[in-house]
Design a protein around this ligand. Structure first.
Ligand code: APR
Ligand code: MG
Length: 283
C-alpha cells in the first residue's frame, strides 16, 4: 500500500497522456464533455473550463450556463463550443461522456437544482465537481447521491476546509490527511489544490504533483484544471492517468509559460490550455 504521503506524480507513468491518435479515429473517439456552470456574472468560469477541455483534446464540448437563458449564442473566441442554458443541455441528452460541474455556478437554488438533476441523469459518466458545487455540498444543499461511476472533487484548501468542517490552516497542516479523509467520506477522487497539489484515489492512494508554480495564483486557473480533467476523462484515459495527468499537465503548462517569460507575473488562466496542448503533442 502507498506510504502515508505517497509518491510524486511522474509523467513517465502517464503514457496515455502522450499516446498518438490512431489514423482512423473520429470526433466520437475522443468523447463529449458537458460543462455545467457559469451563473450570472460568472459566464467566464464555464468558458475557461470548456475552452480548456477542447484544447486538451475532447471531441466535442457543450456548455450549459446556470442562467435562465444562455448569456451568449456563441463564444467568439472559441466558436467550436456549443452553448446552451443548463436546463436545456440536461434535457437534450446529447451523449455527454464526462461532466464538469460547478465552475462559477453560484450557490443559489437554480444551481442546486441543476446539480441534483445532473447527479441522476449522468448515469455512470465521470463527473468532476469544482468550486461552488463543493460549497453547496459542504452546506448540505446538494447531497452526494451521485450514483456509480467516477467522481472527482477538486477543492482548493478553503473549499476542502468547508467540506471537512475544519479550518483552512488545519487542511494545510496535513494535506495528505485531508485529501484521504475527503476521499473516504465521499468515495471520490480528490484533487486538493494549491502548491503541491495532492491527488487521492477513493481507496486512499496518494500522489503529490511536482509541476506548477505561483504563476497559477490568478483567477480562473482552477476552472481550466476542471476542464482538463473533464477532457481526459471523456477521452477514456485510464482513470488514474486521467486524474494525475490533468493535474500534472496543468502545472507543466504553467512551467512552460514561465520558461517562455509568460509568467509567473501576469500569466493568465486562458493561456494554460495552449501550453498544455503543445505538451500533449510532444512540443
Ligand atoms: N503553486 C502551484 N499551483 C498553484 C499555486 C502555487 N503557488 N497557486 C495556485 N495554484 C493552482 C492550484 O493548485 C489550482 O490548480 O492554481 C489553481 C487555482 O485554483 P482555484 O483556487 O480553484 O482558483 P480559481 O480558478 O480562481 O477559482 C475560481 O472557484 O474555487 C472557487 O473560490 C474560487 O471563486 C473562485 C473560483
Ligand atoms: Mg476554483
Amino acid at each position: 500500500s502507498a506510504p502515508p504521503s505517497g509518491g510524486m506524480i511522474d509523467p513517465a507513468a502517464l503514457p496515455a497522456l502522450f499516446a498518438p491518435r490512431g489514423p482512423d479515429t473520429h470526433k466520437g473517439s475522443f468523447g463529449t464533455v458537458g460543462v455545467v456552470g457559469g451563473g450570472p456574472g460568472m459566464t467566464g468560469a464555464a468558458l475557461l473550463a470548456a475552452r480548456a477541455a477542447l484544447k486538451t483534446g475532447a471531441g466535442k464540448v457543450l456548455v450549459g450556463f446556470a442562467q435562465e437563458a444562455a448569456p451568449l449564442a456563441c463564444d467568439p473566441l472559441q466558436p467550436e463550443l456549443m452553448l446552451r442554458d443548463a436546463r436545456s443541455l440536461l434535457e437534450a441528452d446529447l451523449g455527454v461522456t464526462a461532466w464538469v460541474a460547478g465552475c462559477g455556478i453560484g450557490t443559489g437554488l437554480l444551481a442546486a437544482n441543476i446539480l441534483s438533476e445532473l447527479f441522476v441523469l449522468r448515469r455512470e459518466a465521470p463527473l468532476v465537481l469544482d468550486a461552488d458545487a463543493l460549497n453547496l455540498l459542504a452546506r448540505g444543499e446538494i447531497q452526494p447521491g451521485w450514483g456509480a461511476g467516477p467522481v472527482v472533487l477538486t477543492p482548493h484548501p478553503a473549499e476542502a476546509a468547508r467540506l471537512l468542517g475544519a479550518g483552512t490552516a488545519d487542511v494545510q497542516a496535513d494535506r495528505p490527511g485531508a485529501a484521504r479523509e475527503l476521499a473516504r467520506r465521499y468515495g471520490a477522487w480528490i484533487v486538493l489544490k494549491g502548491a503541491g497539489t495532492v491527488v487521492c484515489s477513493p481507496q486512499g492512494a496518494l500522489r503529490t504533483n511536482p509541476s506548477g508554480n505561483p504563476g497559477l495564483a490568478t483567477a480562473g486557473t482552477g476552472d481550466v484544471l476542471a476542464g482538463m480533467l473533464g477532457a481526459l476523462l471523456a477521452q477514456q484515459l485510464p482513470l488514474e492517468q486521467a486524474v494525475a495527468g490533468a493535474v500534472w499537465l496543468h502545472g507543466a503548462a504553467a512551467d512552460a509559460l514561465v520558461a517562455a517569460g509568460i509568467g509567473p507575473i501576469g500569466l493568465t488562466a486562458g493561456e494554460l490550455a495552449d501550453a498544455a496542448r503543445r505538451l500533449r503533442n510532444g512540443g
